[in-house]
Design a protein around this ligand. Structure first.
Ligand code: NAP
Length: 360
C-alpha cells in the first residue's frame, strides 16, 4: 500500500510541481490538498491555475481543497509548498500533531534541530530529527533554497577534496522561482532585476549548514565565506550561477577540480531511490554549456549541470552551474528527501488520524 501524501500550498507553483511529479510515484499517492481560504471548499481542478505541461491527474482534480488553517489533512505525511508567511505556524502545527513534515519553505531551514537536506550531500544530517521534540512523533525536514541547492551540490566534491575558503557567486534566476503570478511582466520581459528579496542571505548561509560537519547531535557549519549577488532574468525554469572560489589547499589545479567533480558519486542508499537521477552532477566540456533551455530537464530536472571549469585570476577556480529550481530546487528535492526517509523506515502509515482542527 502506498503512503498517503498531503500537500500544503497545493495550488502554488511548487504545489503543482509536487502533483505532477507524484502522478506515477511508486511509493507515494496524493490523498489530501490544502491552500488558503481563497481556494478552500472546491475541487482542486476548479481552483487551480494549472501551469504544468503534463495533464492534471483526474483523481487529484476531484479532491476538495481544504483551508490549511482549519483542519489537519488525512494523510501519512505532508509536503509543504506554503508561502513563508504562514509556513512556520502551519508546519509546526503538523509536527506537533505527529506528522512528518517535508518542507520547501525557508522558516525552519536554519533551525539547528532541523535537517537542511540534499540526500547526495549530507544524508547523515537526517540524524537531527531524533533531537526534535514537538511532543509527538512528528518532525520537520527541509530542503534548501532553489539557488542554494545547485551551488551546494556543485561545491560538495570540491569542499570534500580541497576545503573551501572563499566563494563568490552571481546567480541568474528563473521567473518560476518567484511563484505564480510572480514577477510582473513589465519588470520581467527583456530585462534583468538585480534584486531578489532575502535571496542573497540564503545563498550565503545555507551552503555552510549543508556542508557542515555533524558532530554528536549538531551540525558545525563549514567555515568558508560566501558572497552572493542574486538577479532575476527572463528565463522560465532554471537558475544559473557563476561561481568563483578559493581553496584551503594551496596550488589546487583546475585539472584536479575537474577530476573531483567528475568522480563525484551518489551515496549507494540514495542512488536506489526512485527520484535519484543517474548522475547527480553532469560536467560539460562545451564552453557554451550548460544553458537553461537545453539542460534544465537533465535527469528529470534532478541533475545539476556544470560547465566552464577554468582558472580564476583573482581566486583559484571558476565555473557555472545550473539547477532546475522547481524540481531539484523544490518539489523534486523534497520528494527525494521523503524517499530517503521512507527507505530508512521514518515514514509510516498513520491510522485513526484525528482530522479535527485541534492542533490549531
Ligand atoms: P506560490 O505560487 O505563491 O504558492 C503559494 C502557496 O501558498 C499557494 O498554494 C497559496 O494558496 C498558499 N498560501 C498563500 N498564503 C496562504 C495563507 N495565508 N494560508 C494558507 N495558504 C496560503 O509560491 P511557490 O513558488 O509555489 O512557493 C511556495 C513555497 O516554496 C515558498 O515558501 C517558496 O519560498 C518556496 N520555494 C519556491 C521555489 C520556486 O522555485 N518557486 C523553490 C524553493 C522553495 P492560494 O492559492 O490559496 O493562495
Amino acid at each position: 500500500m502506498k503512503l498517503r501524501v498531503g500537500i500544503l500550498g497545493a495550488t502554488g507553483a511548487v504545489g503543482q510541481k509536487f502533483i505532477a511529479l507524484l502522478a506515477d510515484h511508486p511509493w507515494f499517492e496524493v490523498s489530501a490538498l490544502a491552500a488558503s481560504e481563497r481556494s478552500a471548499g472546491r475541487p482542486y481542478g476548479e481552483v487551480v491555475h494549472w501551469l504544468e505541461d503534463s495533464a492534471l491527474p483526474a483523481n487529484v482534480a476531484k479532491i476538495e481543497v481544504q483551508n490549511a488553517h482549519e483542519a489537519l489533512l488525512d494523510c501519512d505525511f505532508v509536503f509543504s509548498g506554503l508561502d513563508s508567511s504562514v509556513a512556520g505556524q502551519l508546519e509546526e502545527a503538523y509536527a506537533r500533531a505527529g506528522y512528518p513534515v517535508i518542507s520547501n519553505a525557508r522558516n525552519f531551514r536554519m533551525n539547528p534541530e532541523v535537517p537542511l537536506l540534499i540526500p547526495e550531500v549530507n544524508p547523515d544530517h537526517l540524524q537531527l530529527i531524533e533531537t526534535q521534540d514537538w511532543g509527538s512523533e512528528g518532525f520537520i525536514v527541509t530542503n534548501p533554497n532553489c539557488a542554494s541547492v545547485g551551488i551546494t551540490m556543485a561545491l560538495k566534491p570540491l569542499h570534500d577534496a580541497f576545503g573551501l575558503e572563499l566563494v563568490h557567486v552571481t546567480t541568474m534566476q528563473a521567473l518560476s522561482g518567484a511563484g505564480y503570478p510572480g514577477v510582473a511582466s513589465l519588470d520581467a520581459v527583456a530585462n534583468v532585476v538585480p534584486f531578489i528579496s532575502g535571496e542573497e542571505e540564503k545563498v550565503e548561509s545555507e551552503p555552510l549548514k549543508m556542508l557542515g560537519l555533524l558532530t554528536g547531535n549538531c551540525v558545525q557549519p563549514a567555515s568558508f565565506r560566501v558572497s552572493a549577488q542574486c538577479t532575476r532574468v527572463p528565463v522560465i525554469d532554471g537558475h544559473l550561477a557563476a561561481v568563483s572560489l578559493k581553496f584551503k589547499t594551496p596550488n589546487t589545479s583546475v585539472q584536479s577540480a575537474i577530476r573531483a567533480i567528475t568522480h563525484f558519486s551518489t551515496p549507494k542508499e540514495v542512488s536506489k531511490l526512485p527520484s535519484s537521477p543517474a548522475r547527480a552532477l553532469e560536467l560539460f566540456d562545451d564552453p557554451t554549456y550548460p544553458q537553461p533551455r537545453r539542460h534544465v530537464n537533465l535527469g528529470g530536472g534532478m541533475t545539476v549541470s556544470i560547465g566552464r571549469v577554468r582558472a580564476c585570476p583573482i581566486l583559484d577556480v571558476k565555473f557555472v552551474c545550473l539547477v532546475h529550481n522547481t524540481v531539484r530546487g523544490a518539489a523534486g528535492g523534497a520528494i527525494l528527501n521523503a524517499e530517503l526517509l521512507a527507505s530508512r523506515g521514518k515514514l509510516k502509515h498513520r491510522s485513526g488520524v484525528e482530522v479535527a482542527g485541534s492542533a490549531f
